[in-house]
Design a protein around this ligand. Structure first.
Ligand code: KG4
Ligand code: ZN
Length: 338
């Protein structure tokens, strides 16, 4: 069974071809260079760029896999959540191919795709439930309790900003580019290499309450803004050391809160596996702190991140693997176009 997967929910035009749960090929065209100019994604611009690239990406994916559309059994496409103009480009493309080649469409949820990115390049038996899953990506920062791979419920979410917003918007405040996560991470690493790992707690850790599984990142973002303004008012501009320190302290504050909530949820729900997915799961310091806490607490939880960094950020492979499990387990999201 061959599955063509399409993901265009934000600023990556990504298509992938699967033979069952094996990824045969994937092509992702990033629009980062265009959105760097505006230091963020303009939805209309993103949609037009998807339109301009999707045919070429599709041809490349089919060619690399050595496969024809006649062999494809299903087309999987992200339908929500995301930027509506971007989503529509992928959906129109999917349904056009579906009507030409008479192939059923599987409509996929982007967040569910991030969750299923854990199954990429892993045997299904390796993912043991119950688990706690953090989805930390664009427009969402949520905690899920997963009894099985299909039975899950939200147990916590951000009350205001998501973690990605903190990374991206602080990078913008520092006069840096887009996306902010990798930029902040690089500045923070430079600071750590020079001054070590110990945080001065320059910024608050916002737990709401120690028992809460919800998050709040807007207070942190405001604290950073005030600190930047304070430093600028003294020196007129931010020095490189200021940027590195602010990036380091921001990353520490975000990671500390996430780590605390993840381990608290694990205990509360007596879960055995922790899963962290979405763009922010690519953060090395977050990964390091989670593993450190696991050994410090002597918990020995199984901790799973997407196998490759490209599976943390948006990609069509996560949509393809979600579709594969949907079909295999006879779930209800198959939509026949004709
Ligand atoms: O999942 P994703 O690729 O996009 C959507 O869901 O649309 O997530 C993108 C977010 C961006 O805000 C980016 O700054 C963040 O993930 N991100 C990171 C890192 N790499 C990407 N945040 C922190 N550290 C990283 N290394
Ligand atoms: Zn995403």
């Amino acid at each position: 069974m061959y599955i063509l997967a399409i993901e265009t929910s934000c600023d990556d035009t990504s298509l992938a071809l699967f033979e069952n749960d094996s990824l045969l090929s994937m092509e992702t065209k990033s629009q980062i260079h265009a959105h760097t100019l505006t230091k963020g994604v303009v939805p209309e611009v993103a949609a037009r760029m998807h339109e301009g690239m999707i045919l070429e990406v599709w041809e490349q994916v089919m060619q690399n896999a050595g496969c024809t559309m006649e062999q494809v059994s299903y087309i999987a496409v992200t339908v929500k959540p995301g930027l509506i103009p971007s989503l529509l480009t992928g959906m129109v493309f999917a349904h056009t191919l579906a009507s030409i080649y008479d192939i059923p469409v599987i409509e996929c949820n982007h967040i569910e795709g991030h969750i299923f990115s854990i199954f990429l390049e892993r045997k299904e038996e390796e993912v043991v439930f119950p688990s706690i899953c953090l989805t930390a990506s664009w427009w969402h920062h949520e905690l899920y309790y997963m009894k099985t791979k299909w039975e899950y419920r939200k147990i916590g979410e951000t009350q205001d900003d998501a973690s990605w917003e903190c990374f991206d918007k602080v990078a913008k405040m520092l006069g840096e580019g887009y996306p902010g996560g990798p930029i902040i991470a690089t500045l923070a690493t430079t600071y750590r290499e020079k001054y070590g790992d110990t945080s001065s707690h320059l910024f608050p850790r916002v737990y709401l309450s120690k028992e809460s599984l919800d998050f709040s990142f807007s207070w942190l973002k405001t604290a950073v803004k005030i600190e930047i303004e304070k430093r600028k008012s003294i020196t007129g501009m931010l020095k490189e050391k200021d940027k590195e320190e602010i990036a380091f302290e921001l990353q520490e504050a975000i990671c500390d809160v996430i780590v605390h909530k993840l381990f608290y949820a694990m205990e509360l729900y007596q879960a055995s596996t922790m899963m962290v997915v979405g763009g922010v799961s690519a953060n090395e310091r977050l990964r390091e702190k989670i593993f450190q806490e696991n050994s410090k607490k002597g918990k020995n939880y199984t901790i799973l991140f997407p196998k490759k960094k490209i599976y943390s950020t948006d990609n069509a492979a996560m949509i393809g693997i979600l579709a594969y499990h949907t079909i295999k387990d006879k779930r209800q999201s198959i939509w026949k176009f004709c």
